[in-house]
Design a protein around this ligand. Structure first.
Ligand SMILES: [Zn+2]
Length: 332
């Protein structure tokens, strides 16, 4: 069921259930005006998501011939249903950076690189194999690459006379974008800022410092005047500036924890470091993590290692098949 959350322009939220996924809900937002509409993000390429999204669009009488679809980033829970809902006349907008990554994914170059990287960072071949079968990012991706018009940072477009600005916020993905309704000061934050879950920051091919980029993107949003923030998942029950501070503090703690683990245990690989970090996986220890959660956790660990490498705190040794880490200063 679509829920009206703002009047003039009329903004609706269609909650798209993500079956068996800890994220639970993808928020697809709709701006409806008399002449044209905007839809933001879609849900996974899964029947349950398709049902929820199309029911919401039908309820709101959205004609996709007169609609722009904006995709905040390349993750399958945001772009999965693009092919299923667009018509020949739908305008699809996405950041140039993420669209290029999606192209690589469809060319087959992306996942083999990721798997090789995770192997060098200490994940066993067996677990990599297992991940291949269950990773929802792979299982529920669009079956083929859709066409899109690419947009870059600060580009603006209008929906029924309302101006929206694309804000490049790299970190969660290299080309992640928030959308900012300028006059109304409403931010569609995608997965850049979530309220009751911390956005996952992982490493990406060709990016040296995802976490550093993410923290800079948080500062970019911090400097905006925002009256309402609409996140890509679940609710938004907190002031956005307070939430940004919380996320900054979370990563600060994580960065210090990562460094301290390496200082105390020189020569560990990324998986071994990740196993010693604190994760909010209620009651479960590292060995009990489901493989897809472990995959996220290792990616997150690597992004913190990259951050420390960039700032000269640690070094990654790549002289053996499995990479290992040492601190440059070993005593705190
Ligand atoms: Zn998401």
């Amino acid at each position: 069921m679509a829920e009206l959350i703002y009047k003039n322009p009329d903004i609706y939220k269609i909650p798209v259930t993500l079956p068996n996924n800890p994220l639970k809900i993808l928020n697809s937002y709709v701006i409806r005006t008399p002449d044209e509409n905007l839809v933001i993000d879609t849900g996974f390429n899964q029947p349950e998501c398709l049902e929820a999204l199309t029911a919401g669009l039908k309820e709101l009488c959205i004609d996709m011939d007169h609609t722009t679809l904006f995709l905040t980033h390349l993750h399958s829970d945001h772009v999965g249903l693009t092919n299923d809902i667009i018509t020949d006349k739908t305008r699809v907008l996405m950041s140039d950076v993420d669209y290029n990554y999606l192209k690589n994914e469809h060319d087959g170059a992306f996942w083999p690189w990721m798997e090789e990287k995770f192997y060098h960072e200490g994940l066993s071949r067996d677990l990599i194999e297992l991940q291949r079968k269950v990773n929802p990012a792979r299982a529920f991706a669009p079956k083929y690459l859709f066409r899109a018009e690419t947009v870059s940072d600060h580009e603006c477009f209008s929906i029924g006379g309302h101006i929206l600005e694309c804000l490049w916020t790299p970190g969660h993905t290299p080309g992640h974008m928030c959308l900012y309704l300028k006059k109304e000061k409403i931010l569609f934050s995608g997965d850049h800022i979530l309220f009751d879950i911390t956005p996952n920051i992982t490493m990406w091919r060709g990016i040296d410092d995802s976490l550093g980029n993410y923290l800079e993107s948080l500062r970019k949003i911090q400097s905006l005047d925002i009256h309402l923030t609409l996140p890509g998942h679940r609710g938004n029950d907190m002031d956005v500036y307070e939430r940004i501070q919380q996320i900054q503090q979370h990563h600060d703690r994580r960065i210090r924890q990562t460094l301290s683990i390496i200082q105390k245990n020189p020569g560990l690989n990324a998986c071994q470091i990740g196993a010693q970090m604190t994760w909010s996986m209620r009651g479960k220890n590292w060995d009990e993590f489901p493989i897809q959660q472990k995959w996220f956790a290792i990616g997150e660990t690597i992004s913190h290692l990259d951050y420390l490498i960039e700032r000269g705190e640690i070094v990654r040794h790549t002289d053996k098949e499995i990479f290992y880490y040492n601190a440059l200063v070993n005593e705190i």
